[in-house]
Design a protein around this ligand. Structure first.
Ligand code: FAD
Length: 507
């Protein structure tokens, strides 16, 4: 990490300080970052590295925002609200994990497991051919698609390659389903291939998702680079990934104020003058970075601020998309399995269900703390349903039954296992919906109110609602603030360079 340039005083909690002009400041630039999710952490770390005096205000007890964990009262276990997946192309998120010293807590999976309705398992893994051919042999060997279907998929992939970034942008205001239909993709391929990937990557269905973002998933995630598709999963509860952020900000003489809610910005018609907290205190600083979601930001803005800044005019126009996470603990059918792995009726690290309302199952391993009927350890599985519009209002018991039944259909080895415990987590407002036209709503980091910067996965990053998008937004806000105050430019994080053949095909 770069060395720190300055030490600085603690945040100013006075009610009306006289702030020195920024041009002649005698103390380090002070910045309040509102929100301690990935965007807030990314902003704070990048600013703190440059000697900016950062105060991060987070309403919850821990950092991490939506990518977080909670304590299940029934088992005492720390559970993730939902499995969070990253891919090899998430270069900014990987950079942040490296800065936080937690990159080794992400385990990478090169082989992806798919199941069809009859329980046939196919695997997909890159071979040594260069991108974009590295997955071709794997896909050709799939038993769940007919030859005609594989040819249709290959045709679609080639069309995506030829489109390039500019071509994708032309499709922003139309749905991915429209693109698929225009490219004569058969309904069976739409349902069992394109939809499977897009719905979990974008948390949106092909019929609702902007085509440009869906096309980007295939281009950047599968075609551009041999490692782009690799899947990273945290080997620890999500919340543990972000604890080091607190320490890193504190080491840089910054302050993290947990369990502290922001209530309202004070705006004098030109600049933000303070952030009022829910307990009535006011925090003053040179700069303010909001990293909270759009609906929370709307509540922080007084009417004169909303009016003054066009970035705040459309905060009520974002739509949201739900995700359901279902934790399941299964006991082995064998009363006393001779080997530890027999406690694990589900034999895969994960499974993508291509013809099921349950989209993914992740294997969280043997859990000695949740016992089966004979006191033996159980296997902890985690199911995920993305874009769960039709299911999110169903009772938790129904969703548990659905996940249990779908799992037993797809994986015969689980059919005789006993479901010991389940915990359903519904996130009705999991992410913003990346619908056609959404880019027109997504704000830039900078705007006319010169000391207010915006970040958050919903800002204009060119990425969908993901951890990578959140980190990109935080890095962009920090870079804008540093540039505007002549504090240098943080080194940009490069994307994975597209392979030569991919570049050539896109010409
Ligand atoms: C169920 C689920 C599954 C997901 N799966 C994936 C996945 O597999 N892969 C992936 O890349 N992404 C996934 N995402 C999306 C990912 O979690 C988000 O894109 C990312 O975490 C957003 O980060 P953020 O910092 O922009 O926002 P947030 O995480 O929402 O952070 C905002 C922070 O601001 C705080 N805050 C709000 N209001 C105030 C206030 N008034 N005062 C102080 N603090 C406040 C909040 O408590 C929060 O900590 C998933 C999301 C959900 C919900």
């Amino acid at each position: 990490m770069p060395s720190l340039l300055h030490q600085h005083p603690p945040p100013d909690l006075a009610t009306s300080p006289t702030r020195p002009s920024l041009a002649h400041r005698s103390h380090p630039l002070s910045t309040i970052v509102v929100g301690g999710g990935l965007a807030g952490i990314a902003t704070a770390i990048r600013l703190a590295e440059r000697g900016v005096a950062v105060t991060l205000v987070e309403t919850r007890k821990r950092l991490g925002g939506r990518a977080t964990s909670f304590t299940d009262p029934a088992t005492g276990r720390t559970l993730d609200n939902c499995q969070h997946v990253l891919m090899g192309c998430c270069t900014h998120l990987i950079d942040l994990y490296t800065r936080l010293g937690v990159a080794d807590r992400i385990h990478w999976h090169r082989r992806l497991y798919f199941a069809d309705a009859r329980g046939h398992i196919d695997t997909l893994e890159a071979d040594d051919l260069p991108a974009p051919l590295h997955m071709a042999r794997g896909l050709l060997s799939f038993r769940m698609y007919s030859l005609t279907e594989k040819v249709a998929i290959a045709r679609g992939m080639l069309a995506i390659l030829r489109l390039g970034a500019a071509g994708r942008r032309h499709w922003h205001d139309r749905t991915f389903l429209q693109w698929l239909q225009q490219h004569r993709q058969p309904p069976s391929v739409i349902d069992r291939f394109w939809s499977v990937i897009v719905t979990s990557a974008l948390n949106e269905t092909p019929a609702r998702a902007s085509a440009s973002y869906a096309l980007q998933v295939f281009q950047e995630g599968f075609l551009a680079h041999e490692r782009a598709y690799e899947m990273g999963l945290a080997a620890v509860p999500l919340v543990e990934l972000y604890d080091p952020a607190d320490q890193a900000i504190a080491r840089a003489a910054g302050t993290v104020m947990l369990s502290t809610s922001a209530e309202r910005f004070h705006f004098d018609g030109r600049r933000i003058t303070a952030l009022e907290l829910a307990d009535g205190r006011a925090l003053h600083a040179d700069l303010f970075v909001s990293t909270v979601p759009f609906d929370r930001l709307a509540k922080l803005c007084p009417p004169n601020l909303t009016q003054a800044d066009p970035r705040l005019h459309h905060l009520d126009r974002f739509q949201v998309s739900p995700i359901i996470g279902i934790h399941l603990w299964f006991a082995s059918p064998h009363p006393s399995p001779p080997a530890a792995d027999l406690h694990q009726p589900f034999p895969f690290p994960h499974l993508i269900l291509t013809q099921s309302p349950l989209h993914w199952v992740f294997n969280k391993g043997t859990d000695p703390d949740v016992a089966g009927p004979d006191h033996s350890p159980t296997q902890h599985l985690h199911g995920v349903i993305s874009a769960a519009y039709d299911l999110v209002d169903r009772p938790a018991e129904d969703l548990t039954r659905l996940a249990d039944a779908e799992l037993r259909k797809a994986v015969p080895a689980t059919r005789h296992a006993t479901l010991v415990h389940a915990r359903v987590v519904k996130e009705k407002r999991a992410t913003f919906s990346i619908a056609p036209g959404t880019d027109a709503l997504r704000p830039a980091a900078r705007g006319p109110v010169s000391n207010l910067y915006l970040a958050g996965d919903w800002c204009n990053t060119g990425w969908p609602a993901t951890m990578e998008g959140a980190v990109r937004s935080g890095y962009a806000a920090a870079a804008a603030a540093l540039q505007d105050h002549s504090l240098g430019e943080p080194a940009p994080v490069p994307d994975l360079a597209p392979a030569t053949l991919t570049r050539w095909l896109a010409r």
